[in-house]
Design a protein around this ligand. Structure first.
Ligand SMILES: C[S@@+](CC[C@H](N)C(=O)[O-])C[C@H]1O[C@@H](n2cnc3c(N)ncnc32)[C@H](O)[C@@H]1O
Length: 212
């Protein structure tokens, strides 16, 4: 059992991802839902010249592998609690350091990275515990970039019925700003992810912050 607090039923959630790992990489799912936020994150990292990166809730490892290939950083960690998702990730790149750990307890040394990034996974984490862990592993002024759906949109509200909120909870952009700032970060940017689709279909928002 993990020592750090986790959101309720998180073991069940992550073992569910073991089964979904097989369909996750289909081109349509990737192009519509997951690629645009990954493009944004890579752009942020490139512009800031960041060299040590952790992708938390990395899933099948597409973003961490792209970071490795496109930015050739000093080190990139891909961290996920699902063995099934990481199995796919390991087949994708032998150069990324794949870590089977929870976001709330990553096991990396203090100040080990200059950026923590996370796309479409934060809603599953225990927010306070995960942000405290990101703060611990980030060097001073390190970058945090998190993408998640905006629950204020009509579509995303369907993803968050009251009974599942203890299992997965999507903070609104305003809640996200507060959570991040209360965890020792300064928010530098927050806006919808740019994608070739109406916002209502995949209403995700990127929040970028710096560790104080
Ligand atoms: C929707 S997938 C997103 C994967 C990837 N970031 C992407 O954008 O394609 C969510 C991932 O979060 C992982 N996850 C859920 N709870 C977690 C936790 N507490 N710690 C680490 N990973 C977790 C799941 O195992 C799953 O791989």
């Amino acid at each position: 059992m993990p020592h750090a607090p986790t959101r309720a039923l998180n073991s069940l959630v992550t073992s569910g991802w073991n089964r979904l790992a097989r369909v996750y990489n289909t081109p349509l799912v990737q192009r519509v839902a997951y690629q645009p936020p990954q493009d944004e994150i890579i752009d942020q990292l490139r512009r800031a010249g960041i060299r040590r990166i952790a992708d938390v809730g990395c899933g099948t490892g597409i973003l961490a592998s792209r970071i490795q290939q496109e930015l050739a950083p000093e080190v990139v960690y891909g961290c996920d609690a699902s063995v099934g998702m990481l199995r796919q990730a390991k087949a994708r790149s032998p150069e990324v350091n794949w870590i089977n750990r929870r976001a709330e307890d990553l096991g990396l040394p203090d100040g080990a990275v200059d950026a923590v990034v996370s796309t479409h996974a934060f809603h599953f984490f225990d927010h306070a515990a995960a942000l405290a862990e990101f703060h611990r592993i980030l060097a001073p002024d390190g970058m945090l970039a998190i993408v998640l759906n905006n629950p204020r949109s009509r579509f995303a509200r369907l993803l968050q019925p009251q009974p599942i909120q203890h299992v997965a909870y999507f903070p609104s952009p305003a809640e996200m700003r507060l959570l991040v700032e209360n965890s020792g970060f300064r928010v530098t940017e927050q806006r919808p992810v740019r994608r070739p689709l109406p916002d209502a279909l995949v209403p995700d928002v990127v929040t970028v912050a710096r560790r104080i």
